[in-house]
Write a new protein. Structure first.
Length: 278
């Protein structure tokens, strides 16, 4: 078991985001939000479409400036993109003219890594996601799951303290998605990176995370937070009473007035009932 992580402490203090529309009017994209992601924790963020989940993630990543409040990582203010903060989106955004290895190396070049280290870290990252033998393959030669693994390797190669994931597995089929869950949890348990994971899927949130934060409809604010204590590994085929209670609570929160219903909670619901363990 790895020792307790000492880095990756994310503090969001009354962070708010506003922008100007075409008419020059101020629009609230994110209500003031406060939250803390403890070092090595895995937090899922769930809420209706358009509530500001991605805006919050982009603010933590340093992509979106704050109108008010502050975001710090290990006490240092987030002032822009950094190798300490890795981001994985639903769209792979791989360069088709680069190989898998080339895509990973290019991301490291952006942060000024020297050539020798870029190659070394790219090889190690692709091995971590099980694609060492496909380093010379181009994106068109890879399946959707493999492309997302390259995208994950590209992010892990910089050895970030914090990993931000915006519905990264939403476009994958059920079997591949399950495999990506297992891979992500193996990496998290080995490295204990602080993870913030956005999803619309209640079961995905409960399977992966230590805590689930629920956002209201736009402009979003956090309206509930659930500590997930069910023993790992978790599966929608075998769940305990705590899992079911948490699932029911989340579904209730998401169906409150002002909060749109989520997408189907799990593809497992299409194949059969959930078995309850003792």
């Amino acid at each position: 078991m790895p020792s307790a992580p000492q880095t990756g402490d994310v503090v969001v203090e009354r962070a708010a985001v506003r922008y100007r529309d075409r008419g020059g009017r101020s629009v609230v994209a994110l209500n003031p939000i406060s939250m803390r992601l403890k070092p090595g924790s895995f937090t899922a963020l769930i809420g209706p479409s358009g509530c500001g989940k991605s805006t919050l993630l982009n603010a933590v990543a340093g992509f979106v400036p704050l109108a008010d409040g502050a975001i710090t990582i290990d006490g240092a203010a987030v002032a822009g993109p950094s190798p300490d903060i890795g981001v994985v989106f639903q769209q792979y955004a791989l360069f088709p003219w680069f190989t898998a290895g080339g895509n990973v190396e290019f991301a490291l070049k952006r942060f000024g890594f020297p050539a020798a280290r870029r190659q070394e870290e790219a090889v190690a990252a692709l091995a971590t996601v099980g694609l060492a033998e496909r380093a010379r393959s181009y994106p068109a030669q890879l399946s959707g799951g493999m492309r997302q693994r390259v995208a994950l390797a590209r992010t892990l190669a910089a050895r970030p303290k914090v990993l931000l994931m915006d519905e990264p597995f939403g476009a994958l089929d059920a079997q591949t998605r399950s495999q990506m869950h297992e891979l992500l949890l193996r990496i998290w348990e080995a490295r204990r990176i602080t993870v913030l994971f956005i999803t619309h899927d209640v079961d995905e949130a409960l399977i992966l995370s230590d805590r689930v934060d629920v956002m209201s409809a736009a402009p979003g604010r956090i309206i509930d937070s659930i500590e997930v204590t069910s023993a790992r590994p978790r599966s929608v085929e075998q769940v305990d009473d705590t899992y079911i209670a948490n699932r029911n609570r989340l579904m209730h929160m998401l169906r409150r007035p002002g909060a749109a219903a989520p997408e189907p909670a799990s593809r497992a619901a299409l194949v059969g009932p959930i078995a309850v363990t003792e």
